[in-house]
Each structure stands twice: as structure tokens, then as C-alpha cells.
Design a protein. Structure first.
Length: 155
């Protein structure tokens, strides 16, 4: 497969996860980088995302959501790389439609304080059936807020 084809698929993936999933739009996610090695997602704090109104900190469910989106996007990118050479776009789309989170573990390290947040995902394992990713979230000042591990069905 030509690298241009994979790059086009990854650009489409970023557009799908960033613009076509209503909940991701509601949170305000920006898919900043998608490759088969790494995904970067960012978003701005807004009042609707506050979990503790007394302290004005990010809701834990938002943290889990963003980490899951980062890990799932990366799992999808790995799926595309693995199957793009041997399969048609229709076959890849069918596999993509079956992509799902099997397990998600989040460790909350610090309160979600900040105006901007960045999440990064990297691959631990990308197999035929399952992909495992490692995610982290930090605020705009680089303070680590949470880490996670996600397992995704990809085959």
C-alpha cells in the first residue's frame, strides 16, 4: 500500500472521530494527530464539563471518555494499517464498524484543573483480534492528570 493511501485513511479517521461522532463534538474534542504510533487529542475546559462545581474541576467521566477516544482512535489506525493493503475499503469499513472497547482502566492521578487538556495514546500491542493502548491526559501546563489502558476489539 502506498503511504499516501494510508495517510488518506488516517485523515478520514481523524475527521470521523472528530466531526461525525456527536458526543465527541459535544465535549469539543479536536483530533490533533493520528498515526499508527500515536494519537493526540485536545479540548478546552467549558462549564458543561465540570464534575465538582465547588472546585470547578473536570468530570471524571469526561477524562475517561477522552482517554477512550484516544485509545480507540489509535486501535482503528492500527486496524487500517494492518488491513489496508489486503482488503478493499468496504471490508475495512465493515471491520471498523465492529471496533469496540473491551476493557478500559483509568487511574486518576490529580484533579482535572486547567483551561486546556491534551490526551495522548500509544500502542502496547496491535494484534489480529485485539489492540491494547496506553493513554495519558495532562492539562495545558503539562501536569499529568490521568493515565489509562484500553483494550479494543479490532478483528
Amino acid at each position: 500500500m502506498k503511504s499516501e493511501t494510508l495517510n488518506e485513511l488516517l485523515a478520514g479517521l481523524a475527521q470521523t472521530f472528530g466531526d461525525q461522532i456527536p458526543f465527541n463534538k459535544l465535549v469539543g474534542l479536536s483530533i490533533d494527530k493520528v498515526s499508527v504510533e500515536e494519537v493526540m487529542i485536545s479540548f478546552e475546559m467549558k462549564p458543561e464539563l465540570v464534575g465538582n462545581f465547588m472546585q470547578g474541576i473536570l468530570h471524571g467521566g469526561v477524562i475517561a471518555t477522552v482517554l477512550d477516544v484516544a485509545g480507540g482512535t489509535l486501535a482503528a489506525a492500527c486496524l487500517m494499517e494492518r488491513y489496508a493493503e489486503e482488503h478493499s475499503l468496504e471490508e475495512i469499513a465493515k471491520r471498523f464498524a465492529k471496533l469496540g472497547t473491551i476493557d478500559l482502566r483509568i487511574d486518576y492521578l490529580r484533579p482535572g484543573r486547567g483551561e486546556r487538556f491534551i490526551s495522548r495514546a500509544t500502542v502496547l500491542r496491535a494484534g489480529n483480534k485485539v489492540a491494547v493502548t496506553r493513554m495519558e491526559m495532562m492539562n495545558g501546563e503539562g501536569v499529568l492528570i490521568a493515565v489509562g489502558t484500553g483494550t479494543y476489539l479490532v478483528g
